[in-house]
Design a protein around this ligand. Structure first.
Ligand code: AMP
Length: 191
């Protein structure tokens, strides 16, 4: 079983690459951002709780996010492996994920970090916002706040996964195909 964490700032291409990797390796792709947006559009209790955080570009509180992620894994017992996209984003989430997977005799195979400069990412997000209508992608202030959240809360996970020998940096600049190729080279080396 292969379980991958796709790591990187907003706009680094986690979602796009996750979709390719999902079909290539027959993995189940879980994007916590997509799950939250689904809850928001269905006006569920969780969606209502999460919305104010997402609107500001803040992270949703850990426990809500961890419980939602666990449910998604539990609901897919047939999966051959998972791609975690946008999760974990804090050390607490990363520890909870390790503990949860351990209980199931599963583990993270690798964390693949898509690297790109902030200015490139802001441009990508603003363009994406025009197409998708995502309000958190349309306002540079919110985008910069998401980067702040990343720097303060998510960046420490580099050390967390490096200490486990699982952290791999990937150049996230280039065409979608080029980046997929870099990722698949890495993943194939793990199989
Ligand atoms: P994304 O689509 O991954 O950019 O996520 C959009 C928003 O959902 C983020 O800005 C957060 O507000 C929230 N979110 C997604 N994943 C997480 C997570 N693992 N922890 C906390 N908040 C999250």
């Amino acid at each position: 079983m292969i379980n991958l964490v796709l790591f990187g700032k907003p706009g680094s291409g986690k979602g796009t690459q996750g979709e390719f990797l999902k079909s290539k390796y027959q993995l189940f792709h879980i994007s916590t951002g997509d799950l939250f947006r689904h809850h928001i559009s269905n006006q569920t209790a969780l969606g209502k709780l999460a919305q104010s955080y997402i609107d500001k570009g803040d992270l949703v509180p850990d426990q809500l996010t961890i419980d939602m992620l666990k449910d998604s894994v539990e609901n897919n017992p047939e999966a051959k492996g998972f791609i975690f996209d946008g999760f974990p984003r804090t050390t607490k989430q990363a520890k909870a994920l390790d503990d949860f997977l351990n209980e199931k005799s599963m583990h993270i195979s690798a964390t693949l970090a898509l690297e790109a400069d902030d200015d490139v990412l802001v441009d990508r997000l603003i363009n994406r916002g025009k197409i998708s209508g995502r309000t958190d992608d349309q306002d540079e202030k919110k985008i910069r706040n998401r980067f702040e959240e990343y720097n303060n809360k998510t960046a420490p996970l580099r050390d967390f996964y490096s200490a486990q020998g699982k952290f791999h940096s990937v150049n996230g600049i280039g065409s979608i195909e080029e980046i997929t190729q870099r990722l698949t080279l890495l993943i194939d080396g793990l199989l």
